[in-house]
Design a protein around this ligand. Structure first.
Ligand code: NAD
Length: 307
């Protein structure tokens, strides 16, 4: 199949937070390419207050007006099982889950309130968990599932005023990495994206000419490829995507310092090896923890550390 003809006929996609921004763009894409779409949106403000069923309804109407199949769901992702239930009741299955819903409660750490922290964790971490948890038995049973979780540059690199959001967004990476490992045997593939796109979340922090080149539509093609049935191997990937740019990210390990692990191992030994601890001239790219058994044996062969 030519890539431009990627289709999802007969498949059921759940998109959370699909009333606007990226979620709306995903929904329209899948709706136009043969999938049945559950358009979930609570319809509140970008700070997480209020609710409005129109957000999801408008997108469902647009998909239907173009001949696609879609139903609305207005639950919070915190009640993810209700969203997955909508998919099962309306279409009898679920194949693809796009965990996309999100809010912001930006505030400097000094002024962070428990409520700001909690709400961000509830929507992003608990919400992604609840949706995936409810979809998981269906994926396992049918030996097929595709998951996209949504991280952020704020989570990967930190961002002023966003300790809550950063923590929740990096959590998506760990969550995805483990889903990928547990799902592989059942043909459940999970990847995580750090998108950048014009939406109500970014419209107040970026100038209009920049936003013009960051249409949500430019995030969709990569996700379309990752969740397509023709992707049978790409899982556990972290992708930065937006404005036509896409790149995979990974962990890099420095050369590292090894000391004999005995009573001669002191802070002085650490300082003596500090250069090696920080030496990225010949990096490795780990996908798991260092091989500690091997390192342990090597460490014991070393002479006692210099005082
Ligand atoms: P957006 O505000 O347009 O979309 C988020 C949607 O999620 C909204 O329609 C909102 O009503 C919905 N939502 C919020 N809380 C919900 C809940 N509890 N249950 C169900 N729906 C809920 O913003 P967007 O930019 O399209 O963001 C989409 C995702 O991408 C978010 O997870 C966001 O954190 C992430 N993200 C966006 C950018 C960017 O540049 N736009 C950058 C990094 C990460």
């Amino acid at each position: 199949m030519a890539p431009q003809e990627l289709r999802y006929d007969g498949q059921v996609v759940v998109v959370t937070g699909a009333g606007g921004g990226l979620g709306k763009a995903y929904s329209l894409y899948f709706g136009e390419r043969g999938a049945s779409v559950v358009v979930n949106d609570l319809g509140g403000s970008f700070k997480g207050s209020g609710s409005d069923s129109r957000a999801a309804d408008v997108v469902v109407e647009e998909i239907k007006s173009k001949g696609g199949k879609a139903v609305a769901n207005y639950d919070s992702v915190a009640d993810g099982e209700k969203i997955i239930d909508t998919a099962i009741k309306a279409f009898g299955r679920i194949d693809i889950l796009i965990n996309n819903a999100g809010i912001l409660r930006d505030v400097s750490f000094k002024n962070m309130k428990d409520a700001d922290w909690d709400l961000i964790m509830t929507v992003h971490v608990w919400g992604a968990y609840k949706c995936a948890r409810a979809a998981w038995p269906h994926f396992r049973k049918q030996k097929y599932g595709r998951v996209i979780n949504t991280a952020s540059a704020a989570g990967l690199f930190g961002s002023f005023g966003q300790t809550n959001y950063s923590a929740a967004k990096l959590a998506q990476v760990g969550f995805t990495e483990t889903l990928a490992k547990e799902g592989l045997k059942y043909n459940i593939l999970a990847n995580v994206i750090a998108p950048i796109a014009a939406s109500r979340m970014t419209e107040t922090v970026m100038p209009p000419d920049v936003l013009e080149n960051l249409k949500p539509d430019w995030v969709i093609p990569l996700v379309g490829v990752l969740v397509h049935s023709s992707n049978t191997t790409e899982t556990g990937g972290i992708f930065e995507v937006g404005g036509g740019h896409m790149a995979k990210l990974r962990w890099e390990r420095a050369k590292g310092g090894l000391c004999r692990a005995d009573s001669t191992f002191t802070p002085g030994s650490v300082l003596a090896k500090w250069k090696d601890v920080n030496d990225f001239s010949k990096p490795s790219y780990p996908t798991g923890v260092a091989n500690f058994m091997e390192l342990l044996e090597e460490a014991q062969k070393l002479p006692p550390n210099e005082p």
